[in-house]
Design a protein around this ligand. Structure first.
Ligand SMILES: NC(=O)c1ccc[n+]([C@@H]2O[C@H](COP(=O)([O-])OP(=O)(O)OC[C@H]3O[C@@H](n4cnc5c(N)ncnc54)[C@H](O)[C@@H]3O)[C@@H](O)[C@H]2O)c1
Length: 306
């Protein structure tokens, strides 16, 4: 066992399987005491089982680490509160939160239901918000914290999963905002957009062929998806962000998986026009019809992936 995170206490949501499992094991291997959160649901959010969280707790203990299980849904406000309380009650503090829990629901916009939207946004976005909301007061009192949220490349590179993309985009904005808000509290907030071959990518597998047939997904991107690899490959970046070495890193979004680590740039305004200060009222649309193609729209007029 390493000691990079000795004395630290971590929560990893959705860590009974997949990427979260790898993150929980890696944090524990560096000395962190871990709350393994997972209600053990199916890939689409149905069902539930204590077995996945219990298995990861047993694996951490077998390797000489300390861990406890928690089976609450992060989408449940009180469940998120109980999860944070589990860390404090079990280990006396809370230093690291990895918001990883996730579900997917298949379907294009005209197929998705209100229930699909509520479930996907509830687990990813509300779940991330809820766990942060309960963890931040504990971290502020300690004047120390590491929050690592889980985005997806689909916050910027869509794939026909409107609710999922919306939730992941929300998580990126939440990350930017919290990093700013907590910058003087010893708390860093970053996001990782992982990639790995997990149950979640398998759930989507059949749909990718449909996307290729519709011309919405290239064969190259399909091959990239199929080459996704061991979920454990994501964890080292999360361990780094959780450590003291990353005390100066906050408000950043990274890509990690399959032996690759990258950093996304922060979105910036690239072309701007200003109305003459002396002009009164809103900009006349007729003027914009003339002006915009020569100015703001003189570069790209479509998102890069379209
Ligand atoms: N696998 C990839 O390539 C990939 C790509 C981009 C983003 N992600 C993100 O990584 C994270 C992990 O995904 P994965 O691929 O390991 O999927 P996974 O299905 O293997 O694991 C997700 C885990 O989250 C748990 N979970 C679901 N609902 C929950 C809830 N309400 N509360 C707590 N836990 C809950 C599940 O039980 C499961 O164990 C997700 O946020 C996902 O969106 C994965």
């Amino acid at each position: 066992m390493g000691d990079l995170l000795a004395g630290r206490v971590a929560i990893v949501t959705g860590s009974g399987r997949g990427i979260g499992r790898g993150e929980a094991l890696a944090l524990a291997a560096e000395g962190a005491k871990v709350v393994v959160n997972d209600p053990g649901v199916e890939g689409d959010g149905h069902g539930g089982s204590m077995a996945p969280a219990d298995e990861v707790v047993a694996a951490i203990k077998a390797a000489g680490g300390e861990a406890v299980a928690n089976y609450d849904s992060v989408a449940d406000w009180k469940g998120a509160q109980r999860l944070v309380q589990t860390a404090v009650d079990s280990f006396g503090r809370l230093d690291i939160v990895v918001n990883n829990a996730g579900v997917v629901r298949r379907g294009f916009m005209d197929e998705l239901t209100e229930e699909d939207f509520d479930l996907v946004v509830g687990v990813h976005l509300k779940g991330t918000f809820a766990v942060c909301r309960h963890a931040v007061p504990v971290m502020k009192a300690q004047r120390y914290g590491r929050i690592i949220n889980t985005a997806s490349n689909q916050f910027t590179l869509p794939k026909g999963r409107a609710a999922y993309a919306a939730a992941k985009g929300g998580i990126v904005s939440l990350t930017y905002d919290l990093a700013w808000e907590l910058q003087n509290d010893g708390i860093t907030v970053n996001a990782v957009a992982p990639f790995a071959a997990t149950r979640m990518t398998a759930v989507e597998g059949g749909r990718d062929a449909e996307l290729v047939a519709k011309g919405l997904l290239s064969q190259r991107r399909l091959r990239q998806t199929e080459a996704r690899t061991d979920p454990a490959m994501v964890a080292p970046m999360v361990v780094y962000l959780a450590s003291d070495h990353a005390a100066h890193v906050t408000g950043c979004v990274f890509r990690a998986g399959g032996g690759k680590i990258g950093q996304y740039c922060h979105p910036v305004e690239v072309r701007t026009i200003f109305r003459n200060e002396a002009a009164e009222g809103p900009w006349p649309v007729a003027e914009l019809i003339d002006l915009l193609p020569r100015t703001v729209l003189s570069g790209e007029t479509k998102a890069p992936h379209i």
